[in-house]
Design a protein around this ligand. Structure first.
Ligand SMILES: *Cc1c(COP(=O)(O)O)cnc(C)c1O
Length: 422
């Protein structure tokens, strides 16, 4: 179990510990919600400030004349993010929102033929994906009940890869799974699942919202058909930052099902011709004018990842979550807390799920005690010790504060019920 002295020593010797100084962190606050919204960094802010200045000074000329010109901003960002995701730069673009990108990718990759018409999803998936798939099928005139296969979970927290594979059949056209489950933090074996989906003859798409920026990916090498993720969680791009989508090189030539003028070949886009000539990269999936102010910060954010390296970030993240789990076991078990995340670090993403039947009111007491966690129905408090800006002593402080809440009963004055935005 991690002691304060050991934690201080780990912090002193942390090769990426200096990155914390690049972030805006409220004094005394333990920010454990980087898996929902990453903190603002000075680097991200500098790029956003520059874009605002460019708009102020250049107006329309900012598209080409700004140092950080707007017209090619998505390309520059893709180039920076690609190595962080194990992708080629031409396979990624920065565009729109996560859910809308899923709609665009469903339109491209859902190709029902003969018997093969079903979309395989999991019952623990983030609901927006399920809403998207259902509505997508309905507008295509297909009954979601007949066209979706739900993989179930035995414990309500995790999925078994074997169970996912056993649900594959010649009826499955498309598999849609998360990289890391948003509640328990389980990291799925993406490489194996891609192989299995392809062996069965289905396409596979991954929602990487909870794994992007938290764990290492090899999207190109694994042969993932498509993927999408948000950039405001571990990637710290800012609230509602433009999202990312990945289309494997092997599919780029087929182009998007739903087109718009920003998916046109960039060199000829302003010919404004009425025939659509798709870009030969993932930028073909872009639709309309890019959200420059919601993209600019990502350049600063990605540069931090580049400086640290995904491997070092993941290594520190595992040490942080492992220390947290051990402290929970040792010191919070007596208060009926349990750990809802996989204990094997290779099966775990960047956050830890703390399970308690009074989680909603304990979550409120934690906020009162200067902790920023988040609560997920019905009994989970998620804690993300993000390696870019969390110290080992923060993990010790976190457990100290939770222990004190339970000792003093500070949570009892709150109702055991969640707020509107949890
Ligand atoms: C956060 C998250 C989303 C968010 O979708 P938006 O369109 O950005 O709101 C989608 N899927 C998963 C798994 C997430 O964790």
């Amino acid at each position: 179990m991690l002691t304060r002295e050991q934690a201080e020593k780990l912090d002193r010797n942390d090769p990426i510990g200096g990155m914390r100084d690049r972030f805006y962190i409220n004094n005394g606050e333990l920010y454990m919600d980087g898996n929902s919204l990453g903190l603002m960094s000075k680097d991200a802010k500098e790029y956003i400030d520059t874009s605002l200045e460019d708009w102020k000074k250049l107006g329309i000329r900012g598209w080409m004349e700004a140092d950080q010109n707007w017209f090619y901003m998505a390309e520059r960002l893709s180039k920076c993010q690609a190595p962080l995701m194990g992708a080629k730069p031409e396979e990624i673009t920065i565009h729109s929102s996560t859910t809308l990108n899923l709609h665009l990718l469903l339109a491209t990759f859902y190709k029902p033929v003969g018997q093969r018409r079903k979309i395989l999803v999991d019952s623990l998936n983030f609901p927006t994906d399920i809403y998207a798939v259902r509505s997508f099928l309905e507008q295509a005139g297909l009954d979601p009940e007949d066209h979706m296969v739900f993989v179930s979970s035995e414990d309500g927290l995790t999925l078994s890869e074997d169970n996912i594979v056993s649900n594959l059949s010649e009826e499955v056209a498309l598999v849609l799974l998360p990289g890391v489950l948003y509640r328990s933090g389980q990291l799925l074996d993406m490489k194996t699942l891609v192989k299995a989906a392809h062996a069965c003859g289905a396409y596979i798409g991954l929602d990487l919202s909870h794994s992007a920026g938290a764990v290492e990916h090899n999207l190109h090498e694994w042969g993932v058909d498509f993927a999408f993720w948000c950039n405001y969680k571990y990637f710290n791009g800012g609230p509602g930052a433009a999202a990312s989508l990945f289309v494997h090189e092997m599919h780029l030539k087929n182009g998007p099902a739903l087109a718009g003028w920003f998916g046109y070949r960039k060199d000829k886009q302003f010919n404004l011709a009425l025939n659509f000539e798709a870009s030969t990269t993932a930028s073909a999936w872009e639709v309309g004018t890019p959200h420059i102010l919601s993209m600019a910060g990502l350049m600063g954010a990605f540069k931090q990842f580049e400086t640290c390296g995904m491997a070092a970030l993941r290594e520190k993240s595992i040490l942080l979550t492992q220390s947290l789990i051990e402290l929970i076991d040792e010191r919070l078990g007596v208060y009926d807390f349990s750990v809802g995340s996989p204990r094997n670090p290779e099966k775990r993403g960047g956050h830890v799920a703390l399970v308690h039947k009074e989680a909603a009111r304990i979550n409120e007491a934690m906020k009162e005690a200067g902790i920023i966690p988040d609560y997920r129905e019905p009994n989970i408090i998620r804690l993300a010790p993000v390696p870019l800006y969390t110290r080992f002593v923060d993990v010790v402080d976190l457990v100290d504060r939770i222990e004190k809440i339970m000792e003093t009963g500070a949570h009892l004055k709150f109702e055991n019920k969640r707020g509107v935005v949890a």
